[in-house]
Structure formats: structure tokens, C-alpha cells
Design a protein around this ligand. Structure first.
Ligand SMILES: NC(=O)c1ccc[n+]([C@@H]2O[C@H](COP(=O)([O-])OP(=O)(O)OC[C@H]3O[C@@H](n4cnc5c(N)ncnc54)[C@H](OP(=O)(O)O)[C@@H]3O)[C@@H](O)[C@H]2O)c1
Length: 279
């Protein structure tokens, strides 16, 4: 089987590493937009290629033999906070992909790592894949549009699987890395909003299952336990022996976030390696 991973950042690299056990029956192509990363990716794959997915020629070269394409690309640098950067990364890349499809007859599955941010703020309610999307900002709206572009090309002979990821944690992005600088600080609000997390090993594991079992449609990819922000930060700081955070007054009404259901993920038979956050 020939697989191309477009975008080998935190998720793509974790997936490539997990797939090393399958190398005997897998021809793996990894992509990066930067020359400097080729040496890091090359040992993990049949080939590592420069590919900007918004460029038809390089995307076609990267997907030329791929039966499965995993898109775990994300905006680079400052574009992470810039809606235009999101649009350029996701929408332009997926327009490019859809334009290339007639030239990629061997492609039988497309997997895309989207985000639970497409649900917006549900005032603390539970949301599932059947809950209508309601993004709270332009970034989320771009992700909804990206999903729609891909879901529109789903066919029996070329399945599309959209995995809606919670916030990521794992080696290199541990809770302590995110929160230790908050020790002893005063933060507005009470931190009562729910957050939803998934360990990067589970993202890689679920993508692997999606490939082997040919998952399609939209699937939430989060652990079993939504956690209030205050509890997450308090437990992280306490386990590191750091001073607790103080919550202050916030003139704005607090958002309560949302709790993401992962019932479909379980129904598909995926067993989470990290079912709840550990500290
Ligand atoms: N991080 C989170 O907490 C989180 C939460 C929910 C959903 N997600 C979704 O998960 C995905 C992956 O997240 P991540 O944390 O692994 O992101 P990441 O570490 O930022 O990696 C994204 C990769 O995309 C590549 N890339 C950027 N622009 C590209 C383009 N035009 N064409 C091809 N490749 C391009 C970059 O490759 P090079 O740098 O090698 O050039 C980068 O390594 C994102 O789509 C994001 O929406 C992430």
C-alpha cells in the first residue's frame, strides 16, 4: 500500500513514527515545505518530498502513487493566528486537491485532521458529530469550509474521513509546557469552561485504524474526559510543585465551552491509549 502524509508536523511525524512497524507492506511518502526538514523525514519513509499543497505540480508529484493521502497540514508561523493564513493553507490546498483528482485514479481514501473548533461554544453542552457546526470565529469557519470541500468528494471508490481533533498534547507539547508560565499568575474568569484533549499517540493510532478499516465521514477524536480549564491548570501546576493560578474578576460573561462526545470513535472499535488526561 502506498501512503502519503501531507504535512509532517506534530501529528504527521507521530503518525510516520507509528507506521515504522508497517514499513514491510507500506510505501510511505512524507512531505515538508522546507528543504531543511528533508533530512529529518528521509529515514522514516520511502521518500521525503518538498510539497506545498497549494501548488498543483508539487501536490500531484507527492500523491502520484498514493492510495491513501493523510492531510495533517497546518498554518505555519504567524499564519496560525491569521484567518487568511488558514484559508491559504486549507482551502487553497483542498481546491488544489479536488482539481487534481481526475489525475489520481488510484487514490481511494483521503483522511483529514480537522478540529473540534468547528462546533464553537456550546455553553458547556455535549456535542456529537450530528450537532450542527457553529464556529465562533473566522478560523473555525475556514475549517468548516475545508471539511465541506472534502466531504463533497467522498465516493464509494474514494472515501473521505474527517477526524475532528481536540486540543493536542503529548511529547513536546505536554500540559506543563503549556501552563507552567501561569504559576502564581492571576487570570480573568473562573476557568469553568470545558476543554477537550487528545494525546498525539491516539491521533496517530486512530489514523492508522482509519486506514486499515477504511473509516469514512466525520469522527470526533478526543479522549473520554472533557475537563474544566481550572482543574486542568490546577492539577498540572500542582503535579509540578508549582504555585497555583489565581482567578480574578472578568467583566465578560464566561464561555462554558463544549463537551465533545467520542461515542462514534468507540463504536468504530478504537481503544484509546490515553482515555483521560494524566498529570
Ligand atoms: N495542534 C492542535 O492542538 C490541534 C488541535 C485540533 C486540530 N488540529 C489540526 O491538526 C493538524 C495538524 O496539527 P499539528 O499540530 O501537527 O500542526 P503542525 O505541527 O503545525 O504541523 C503542520 C505541518 O503542515 C505543514 N504545512 C504547512 N503549510 C503547508 C502547505 N501549504 N502544504 C503542505 N504542508 C504544509 C508544515 O510543514 P513544514 O513545516 O515541514 O513545512 C507543518 O509541519 C492541523 O490541521 C490542525 O488543524 C491541531
Amino acid at each position: 500500500m502506498h501512503l502519503t502524509i501531507v504535512g509532517c508536523g506534530f501529528v504527521g511525524l507521530a503518525l510516520a513514527r507509528q507506521l515504522q512497524d508497517d514499513r514491510s507492506h507500506l510505501r510511505l511518502t512524507l512531505t515538508t515545505t522546507s528543504e531543511e526538514r528533508l533530512a529529518e523525514l528521509q529515514p522514516l519513509a520511502e521518500q521525503a518530498r518538498i510539497c506545498d499543497a497549494t501548488d498543483a505540480i508539487s501536490l500531484k508529484q507527492s500523491l502520484r502513487d498514493a492510495e491513501i493521502a493523510v492531510f495533517c497540514l497546518g498554518p505555519k508561523g504567524n499564519s496560525q493566528v491569521d484567518e487568511d493564513g488558514y484559508r491559504n493553507t486549507f482551502i487553497d490546498s483542498f481546491h488544489c486537491l479536488t482539481g487534481l483528482l481526475p489525475q489520481l485514479p488510484q487514490l481511494r481514501q483521503i483522511i483529514y485532521t480537522s478540529s473540534c473548533s468547528v462546533y464553537g461554544d456550546a455553553q458547556g453542552a455535549w456535542v456529537s458529530e450530528s450537532t450542527p457546526t457553529n464556529p465562533s470565529n473566522g478560523h473555525g469557519a475556514v475549517l468548516v469550509e475545508s471539511e465541506s470541500l472534502l466531504l463533497a468528494i467522498d465516493q464509494p471508490q474514494r472515501r473521505v474521513c474527517v477526524l475532528r481533533l481536540g486540543a493536542l498534547h503529548g511529547p513536546g507539547r505536554e500540559f506543563k509546557d503549556r501552563f507552567e508560565n501561569l504559576a502564581g499568575q492571576t487570570m480573568p474568569g473562573r476557568g469553568q469552561q470545558f476543554t477537550n484533549w487528545v494525546h498525539v499517540d491516539d491521533v496517530a493510532g486512530a489514523i492508522r485504524a482509519a486506514m486499515t478499516e477504511m473509516w469514512s465521514g466525520v469522527i470526533n477524536l478526543v479522549n473520554d474526559q472533557p475537563i474544566r480549564l481550572a482543574e486542568l491548570i490546577d492539577r498540572t501546576l500542582s503535579s509540578e510543585g508549582l504555585e497555583p493560578i489565581r482567578w480574578g474578576d472578568d467583566p465578560k460573561p464566561a464561555s462554558s465551552g463544549r463537551r465533545i462526545r467520542n461515542t462514534r470513535l468507540h463504536a468504530l472499535g478504537y481503544v484509546l491509549k490515553h482515555p483521560k488526561p494524566t498529570f
